[in-house]
Design a protein around this ligand. Structure first.
Ligand code: F6R
Length: 245
């Protein structure tokens, strides 16, 4: 695991965008695994800026998103489909038929999760998976549990995740209670992983996830076992990692 420390959020975003654009330049028809949430917004903004300058071309890129709320329609401004269009897809020359987000409107969880897992396989797997980090160590919507979930599945969101996400909804009651998410096994199959994290509020979980024991109680800790992970974190997020004397 390689950890890059940056001075602040802007530098974190630029570094992450650099890594993603290098991937696109090296393999123009690559499969990018994408994430939503507040952390990667700056990364997407930076990619859009470089696209506008003519430095990155998304015309052959394919994407698969990590997760989606179950029950939200695509035009709901809190759906991850909506988020991806707003922050990236509608702003670059990606072909919309090459973008994929789990279908939150499919009520049959088994059917949708099976379709999504097979879709990723049929695309040849993910070349680089972008991840954020939840305050409880979740990645995608893989919440702390007694075992690691293997494939794309439907989850019941924990109270702490509902609490963290309620700022985007009118009230906590409006936050969906379930989501479709790639499993830990799906994420671990990505050839490369790029995790972005910033801010002091994530410092405890960064220390636990990347310097503590590997345990399903801290889902992101499994990334310690992946052979190609880059964490791009600002100084505040790294402020509690054990330092060598
Ligand atoms: C988003 C996702 C989540 C977020 C995590 C951090 O697709 O899967 O795991 O990455 O909740 O969210 P932020 O960046 O808002 O702190």
């Amino acid at each position: 695991m390689r950890i890059y420390e940056t001075a602040n959020y802007e530098e974190m975003s630029r570094k992450a965008a650099n890594i993603l654009s290098a991937q696109v330049i090296l393999k123009p028809d690559c499969v990018l695994g994408l994430a939503t949430g507040s952390t990667p917004i700056g990364t997407y903004d930076q990619l859009v800026e470089w696209y506008e300058k003519g430095d990155v071309d998304f015309s052959e890129v394919k994407t698969v998103n990590l997760d989606e709320y179950k029950g939200l329609t695509r035009d709901n401004d809190q759906s991850y489909y909506y988020f991806m269009h707003k922050h990236l897809f509608d702003r670059v020359n990606i072909k919309l038929e090459n973008t994929n987000v789990p279908d939150g409107t499919e009520p049959d969880a088994e059917k949708e999760c099976d379709r999504y897992e097979k879709l990723i396989e049929s695309m040849g797997g993910v070349d680089i998976q972008l991840l954020g980090l939840g305050h409880n160590g979740h990645i995608g919507f893989n919440e702390p549990d007694s075992s690691f979930a293997k494939t794309t599945h439907c989850v019941n969101l924990t109270e702490s995740t509902i609490e963290a996400n309620k700022r985007f909804f009118a009230s906590a009651d409006d936050v969906p209670r379930q989501a479709y998410t790639m499993g830990i096994g799906t994420i671990m199959k990505a050839k490369k992983i790029l995790l972005v994290v910033n801010g002091e509020a994530k410092a405890d979980i960064v220390a636990k996830a990347f310097f503590g024991p590997v345990t399903p109680e801290v889902p992101a800790s499994i990334l310690q076992l992946h052979n190609d992970v880059v964490v791009v974190a600002d100084r505040a997020a790294l402020s509690k990692v054990p330092r060598q004397a």
